[in-house]
Design a binder for this molecule. Structure first.
Ligand code: G16
Length: 538
């Protein structure tokens, strides 16, 4: 097949681009006010089709979501056949295709991509592309999904509209469509795999009390999907579950709200039960944070750092119970947002190496693949645990010395099915946490007391040009605006245990300022002083 120029023209004209709009494939794909995304969604559908043709017609995923962003935003991102993010080398291609204005430039760019990526459009190609698409609950979702479908049709590709799904479910479906061993490629297949694994682990450890949790679903798709997890061993109560009211998505609730404001969400804030564990998902259920209030009703956050340390400690504890030879490399990947106390705890108490990457799951995921057990979590609750083939082989071949070791071996292998191997997943991460707590007989307080977070504050500043903020060293230092980093360093030096950094958001039109210090007052002061410098330099 060659490029169907006339057909492309018809679809191109149906999805006109406003020349004043500029787009960039950022931390999590394209993301902005939904009214500006029609032409982008169409072009992403097209690019996903080309990606599929290049990869011998394997299924590629397209997710329409703006996750934690406000209801009026939306976004679109591409998922690889094995459920990973689009390779970084394709991001500039996506950005270029999204930004061309005229039809001639559009065709020219498509031809360049086809040539540079050696995409076979001849009759020998395995197919015309195969794409599955899903969306979260935003009002703009259906129209943007149709625009992406038009991108697939413009090249004569095949598509499947999966309707409303969580982002991790779309990753699961993409992977299982290409890799039958991963699970049944249906939404039901996702639930069945999860529930079966949870029940098996609980049975191994003779746990008879059902897992109980109250979840704030951010009024998003995660709330609706969690309700589908039915088992006598799982009792999840969902609040903020008004998915049919898209204007309420992430409003006063959800993982981002709880983490950023460090307070309880709507629906729990009026009468929290002391010492009871709660959890919040974000708008597309790929982030999770947990929390409780103590006896004095003081809010205690169990964020991504705490989840990483719990899961890493749980897994290494199980591995240590195997007395035979199981030499497996465990590592934790964090970003600059990780609380300094968590990093210290991981290195000096858990004795596990820590690696740092830039913000964005794609960066952490790749780094985590360097370990046999790669635990990666952003402090905001985005993350998962990746297990290598070596891990599976070594544990499968392991000869247990006694019945206790058999239980441990089985559990370690079941964790591979429990924890979503493609991307951070609120639902599967939540159950991994609940299982780790149940098996190791820990209360939320035990878990929380592993280390004490340094007081920290994250704020957002609207600046003229966020792209003027260029970072280095896993986003921990600024290269530009020139001179600003020196000012931040001088300011930080005034505070005990002070640390602060500034970076441009990849999902919102803002610059983020993070600060931590020995006391709440000091971290607030540090944040505001650094923010003042940012304003002066922008
Ligand atoms: C996305 C990314 C995360 C990132 C977050 C905030 O999350 O997938 O890795 O931490 O945006 O990014 P930034 O600070 O660059 O705006 P989500 O949950 O919104 O998809």
């Amino acid at each position: 097949m060659s490029l169907p120029i006339e057909q492309l023209k018809t679809y191109f004209n149906k999805h006109p681009k406003d020349p004043s709009n500029k787009y960039a494939y950022g931390t999590a794909g394209f993301r902005m006010n939904a009214t500006k995304l029609d032409s982008v969604a169409f072009r992403v559908g097209l690019l996903a089709t080309l990606r599929s043709i290049k990869l011998q017609n394997q299924t590629i995923g397209v997710m329409i979501t703006a996750s934690h962003n406000p209801p009026e935003d939306n976004g679109v991102k591409i998922v690889e056949p094995m459920g990973e993010m689009l390779p970084q080398a394709w991001e500039p291609l996506a950005t270029k295709l999204a930004n061309v204005d005229s039809f001639d430039e559009f065709i020219e760019t498509l031809k360049e991509i086809i040539k540079s990526e050696k995409i076979d459009l001849s009759d020998n190609a395995k197919g015309n592309g195969n794409v599955i698409l899903a969306r979260d609950t935003r009002e703009s979702g259906p129209a943007l999904l149709s625009a992406a479908v038009d991108g697939v049709l413009a090249l004569g590709g095949s598509y499947k509209d999966e309707g409303e799904l969580t982002t991790p479910q779309l990753h699961y479906l993409t992977r299982s469509s290409n890799d039958k061993s991963f699970g049944q490629a249906t939404e039901t297949g996702y639930y069945t795999k999860l529930v079966k694994t949870i029940e098996e682990i609980l049975k191994i450890w003779s746990i008879e009390k059902p897992l109980q949790i109250t979840v704030d679903g951010a009024n998003g798709v995660g709330a609706e999907k969690l309700e589908n997890i039915k088992s006598s061993m799982i009792q999840a109560t969902v609040i903020n579950d008004q998915c049919d009211k898209p204007h309420m998505l992430n409003v006063d609730c959800g993982a981002d709200y709880v983490k950023t404001n460090q307070k309880l969400p709507a629906g729990i804030s009026t009468n929290p039960v002391p010492l009871k564990l709660y959890s919040s998902f974000d708008g597309d259920a790929d982030r999770v944070v947990l929390y409780y209030v103590d006896q004095d009703l003081k809010f205690k956050l169990l964020d991504g750092d705490k989840i990483a340390t719990l899961l890493a400690g749980f897994i290494s504890g199980l591995l240590n119970q195997l007395k035979g030879d199981v030499d497996l490399k465990l590592g934790i990947v964090q970003t600059a947002y990780a609380n300094g106390s968590s990093t210290k705890f991981i290195e000096s108490t858990l004795n596990v190496p820590v690696a740092f990457t830039s913000t964005g799951v794609k960066h952490l995921h790749h780094k985590a693949q360097e370990y046999d057990i790669g635990v990666y979590f952003e402090a905001n609750g985005h993350g998962t645990v990746l297990f290598s083939t070596n891990y599976i082989t070594k544990l499968t071949n392991y000869k247990p010395l006694n019945s206790e070791e058999t239980k441990v071996q089985k559990t370690l292998l079941l964790l591979v099915d429990l924890i979503n191997q493609t991307v951070g997943d609120s639902i599967s991460d939540l159950f991994a946490v609940l299982i780790a707590l149940a098996v190791s007989k820990k209360t939320p307080t035990d878990w929380d007391s592993q280390y004490l977070d340094l007081p920290n504050k994250l704020t957002k500043l609207i600046v003229n040009d966020r792209f003027a903020f260029k970072t280095t060293n896993a986003e921990r230092q600024l290269l530009e605006p020139v001179g600003l980093q020196e000012k931040i360093d001088e300011t930080v030096a005034k505070f005990k245990n002070g640390r602060s950094f500034v970076r441009a958001s990849g999902t919102e039109n803002a610059v983020r300022v993070y600060a931590e210090a020995d006391t709440k007052e000091n971290c607030e002061l540090l944040n505001s002083e650094v923010s003042e410098w940012v304003k002066k330099f922008s």
